[in-house]
Write a protein that binds this ligand. Sequence first.
Ligand code: AHR
Length: 333
Amino acid sequence: MNANHAHRKTNGSILPCLLTALALTGTLLVGCSSKQSEKQEGQITVGFSQIGAESGWRTANTQSIKSEAEKRGVDLRFSDAQGKQENQIRAIRTFIQQKVDVIAFSPVVETGWQPVLEEAKRAGIPVFLTDRAVDVTDDSLYVSFIGSDFIEEGRRAGEWLAKKMDGKAKIAELQGTTGSAPAIDRKKGFEAFIADYPEMTIIKSQSGDFTRAKGKEVFEAFLRSPEGSEINALYAHNDDMALGAIQAIEEAGKKPGTDIVIVSIDGVHDAFQAILDGKLNCTVECNPLIGPQVFDAVEKYLAGEELPKRIQIEEGVFDENIVTQEVLDKRQY
Ligand code: AHR
């Protein structure tokens, strides 16, 4: 930890240590700094709470965070919340007790973070949001949010589908985890775009929780429903749910990508393969490889630089006209 960071943390863990040391004996000073003496000189400790391993995207994101931390010599305390907000809150409280230099986390849902973020602020520990945003009334509770524009991703999916279907479609929607930022915003962006196309209607919509298994299960139910035979397009909030739905469509004796046009979000390797196989039509990219940007931001902040509240990730759209074996071979995730 450097001098600038110590300066920023004067309301938190460092000030009590210094005051105690000045007022009392040298033995107490050793007690205050013992944790740091276990670390290498200048090493940053980052507590990272990950959502879980619900999708190919998430696995690639975890890998990016871990490998970048290792590359930079960061002492990373990684905690997997297995999809539960209470586990993330518990992990953040543990990081506070451990007096880590920085807390970073990808919030499973948008709401319910204010109290624990206030605890982190009182402890003087800066918090970075990665991948997903939170809904709080005080934006000083976090330093910066590094992640994608989910509304724009939904808008791009709607735009691609409107063009492909000539503005006419009976759409089934597989939503992400209920209450999560990507589920809320991808729906918002898609609906806003198709609002200008009266013959594009969402006739079925339900959460598939961002997983392949749930995507398959929910789509099977869609196909069995009275409206099932009318569905000619699928909008899935992530690739894993689309891949699950593809299995359901094939098992129902239909051709995914032809009988039902499919657009999803993420751009993972398996989705590119499905495009090459003619089963998926388009994936809107959501880049999980944000480890470098996250640790760049953390290091800049600790070095005293002002950061923007929002650091956005550049992304593209990949459809059947673009994806070739060569493009797939170069795909990093
Ligand atoms: O927050 C990003 C989303 O979470 C990805 O689209 C999805 O695959 C993941 O689980």
